[in-house]
Design a protein around this ligand. Sequence first.
Ligand code: PEP
Length: 249
Amino acid sequence: MTQRKRIVAGNWKMNGNLSLIETFSSTIQPKEFPGVEIVVFPPFPLLSNVAAKGLKTGSQTVSEHDAGAYTGEVEAKLVAELGGEYCLVGHSERRTLFKESNEVLVAKFAKAQEAGLTPVLCVGETESEREAGLTEEVISVQLNAVINQLGVASLENSVVAYEPVWAIGTGKTATPEQAQQVHKFIRELIAQSDASLAAKLPLLYGGSVNDENCDLLFAQPDIDGGLIGGASLKPEAFKRICESAVGNV
Ligand code: PEP
């Protein structure tokens, strides 16, 4: 039996509204999923509304700066003040669409932790990188950016999400074996610096997880839960995924 924290997190991206919060919170009662931490990442303005429903919440990104003249940005401390406990860092849409480099992401990771948030560091390869056999190299660079700059101990209060870019929003899920192989690689890479930290670190899989494929993914030994995009907008499907985590992870 794993001693690691089990987490099922929903990334709403730029979706959702007050009405979804109502449906979601009446469908998902966290106490019905013992041992599983359920987290919702809504758009920024909805953070306190989600928290007010007794759901754990967090932001989809955070500024790498302290408060100041950065129009449109949101400070990590404000996320915490609004009831946020987590923060996604390095989601592939941020890396690609918003050109966030590993350097910027390390700064965001640090700001999140300074504010008391738990960063969920997202890593993953593109389809062409996988085809070129570069999966492990890409993930090492993404993880080592944090380890080399902030020290391996910074991962103590964090979560890592393996999200192959080719599986996000595409309906093409990694097979349970492919996902397990990369999760094991991530755990071993971190274990090279700190074995006990690596053994405790929650590793989530993300990429087209749904209510049908979650069981086999969550049954893998190094998969401690999921980061769910599209299916987190469907409360019944998300509920089923949370149930699966109770039984399988
Ligand atoms: C995500 O946005 O992190 C994600 C995994 O999306 P989807 O589940 O829709 O692939």
